[in-house]
Design a binder for this molecule. Structure first.
Ligand code: NAP
Ligand code: MG
Length: 456
């Protein structure tokens, strides 16, 4: 049977960028068998040897930094500067977890008649399913701790953005990673992804994507008691109090939602502004939004690229067709070809609007005024999601009160950042469960074994 292929589109030009094989369930079964075969030897390596493999991978990635950034910029339609930063984070993530094999610590626990202690064991073959918005970055958050802990892994990239994963797999082989320890299988979520989730010999699925697919994955995984971590959608609030450094907050707000053309689970897609500074904030926001340079991702001056696909652009545009979508102002965007969409600010909005309730995953932000701290917290929490968020205020006590009161996995004060290699990342509520990055991610790729040794 001839191997089936799918074409990969460049979102900024709508032209064909490449071609990858479109696997079926049989290829997943083969990959799982190969990963299972590779597992005992990988797990049995000394911690120092596994660490050395990860360091070799870091060195290989470093020497291909620009190549990978260019591939990611073209395939995902993201500004080249952003892509360079993201590949930098991929490298930093592998560097951070290259120290982990030698630091997987256990505990000793006082008991009667002997000694009790814990050790960390790898899970086995793990399946990693990732989306198209930060293709290699999100994959690295899963793959690096998985390999460090002694698992073998199969990555299924999104059909829209498989190119960096395919190249990465070749580089991993070049770096000397043993056969079967890491594989990429390209194909559709419905076939390849679903088979990975069903497969009885896959111990765990780490997923990032929509809440809808995440929910289906958790249901299927329950049949084989597979471990699952889910990083799903978000509708994060950017809360701006009247006592904030308004210039800074307004200058940062567009980047917090229009970055990656809004296709970011951490996008601050709801801006909550205290009444007293609403007009002043909106004037500043307009100035900064209109200044965003949207265009060719390979021009280093541009700050925003196109959306990932025509279908995504239709989905995003549908929010502007609602009767209650009050467009306050918009930035600019090039004409076609390319899946362009101008940065758009909806204001003032109320909580019932679809653009306030649903994740848009595009460059649209809704601004809602609030009267006091209690209302700000209540509005921030009025969502099924709980992934990220920001608080802008000069009152330290208030910053800490509000940070504790908002139900969200990560939060920043006087900043819009969400992810760091060293700190845990993940959601509350329907934004998912489990934590990636930092030391916490290792919990997601190991089982705790409790051993008792009788001394009598
Ligand atoms: P999605 O369908 O959840 O896709 C994410 C990944 O899951 C892709 O690799 C996809 O494969 C795969 N997949 C799809 N159906 C599957 C199934 N039944 N079993 C196993 N894997 C499956 O997300 P999307 O359709 O690309 O985007 C839809 C919406 O999801 C967005 O508009 C946004 O709201 C949200 N989203 C969130 C994030 C995030 O970072 N949290 C990322 C992307 C999207 P294929 O795509 O190759 O078919
Ligand atoms: Mg989908």
């Amino acid at each position: 049977m001839p191997e089936s292929k799918t074409t990969v589109i460049e979102p900024a030009t709508e032209g064909v960028l490449g071609e990858v094989s479109c696997a079926g369930a049989a290829e997943i079964d083969e990959a799982v068998a190969r990963a299972g075969k590779a597992f005992p030897a990988w797990r049995a390596l000394t911690p120092a040897a596994r660490a050395e493999h990860l360091r070799a991978l870091v060195a290989t990635l470093e020497s291909h930094h620009e190549e990978l950034a260019l591939l990611e910029a073209r395939n995902a339609g993201k500004p080249i500067g952003d892509a360079r930063g993201e590949i930098g984070m991929v490298i930093d993530t592998f560097r951070y977890y290259s120290a982990a094999p030698e630091r997987l610590l256990g505990e000793t626990i006082p008991v009667a008649g002997g000694e009790a202690f814990t050790v960390r064991e790898p899970l086995g073959v793990v399946g990693l399913i990732v989306p198209w918005n930060f293709p290699l970055t999100i994959a690295s958050w899963k793959l690096a701790p998985a390999l460090a802990a002694g698992n073998t892994a199969i990555l299924k990239p999104a059909e829209l953005t498989p190119l960096s994963a395919v190249r990465f797999a070749a580089l991993a082989t070049e770096a000397g990673l043993p056969d079967g320890v890491f594989q990429v299988v390209t194909g559709s979520g419905r076939v390849v992804g679903a088979r990975l989730v069903e497969h009885p010999d896959v111990a765990k699925i780490a997923f990032t994507g929509s809440t809808e697919v995440g929910s289906a994955i958790a249901a299927t995984a329950a049949r084989t008691i597979k471990r699952v971590t889910l990083e799903l959608g978000g509708k994060s609030a950017n809360v701006i109090f009247a006592d904030a450094d308004l210039e800074r907050a307004a200058a940062a707000a567009p980047g917090a939602v229009f970055g990656n053309a809004g296709q970011d689970c951490c996008a601050r897609s709801r801006i909550l502004v205290e009444h007293a500074v609403y007009d002043r904030f909106m004037a500043l926001l307009e100035e900064h939004t209109k200044a965003i340079k949207v265009g060719d991702p390979l021009d280093p001056h541009n700050e925003m690229g196109p959306l990932i696909s025509g279908a995504q652009r239709e989905h995003v545009a549908s929010f502007l067709e609602e009767d209650d979508a009050h467009v306050a102002f918009r930035g600019s965007a090039p004409d076609g070809p390319g899946f362009w969409f101008a940065p758009t600010v909806l204001a003032p909005m109320s909580r019932a609007a679809r653009a306030v309730r649903e994740e848009i995953f595009g460059p649209i932000v809704a601004v809602l005024p609030f009267k006091d701290e209690a209302e700000a917290v209540e509005l921030a929490n009025d969502t099924i999601y709980g992934l990220s968020g920001s608080i802008w205020t000069r009152d330290g006590a208030r910053a800490l009160r509000v940070a504790r009161a908002i139900d969200t996995g990560v939060l920043s004060i006087n900043s819009n950042t969400s992810v760091r290699v060293t700190t845990p990342f993940g959601g509350f509520k329907q934004s998912g469960y489990g934590r990636e990055l930092g030391a916490h991610a290792l919990d997601a790729y190991t089982e705790v074994k409790s051993i008792y040794y009788s001394t009598s």
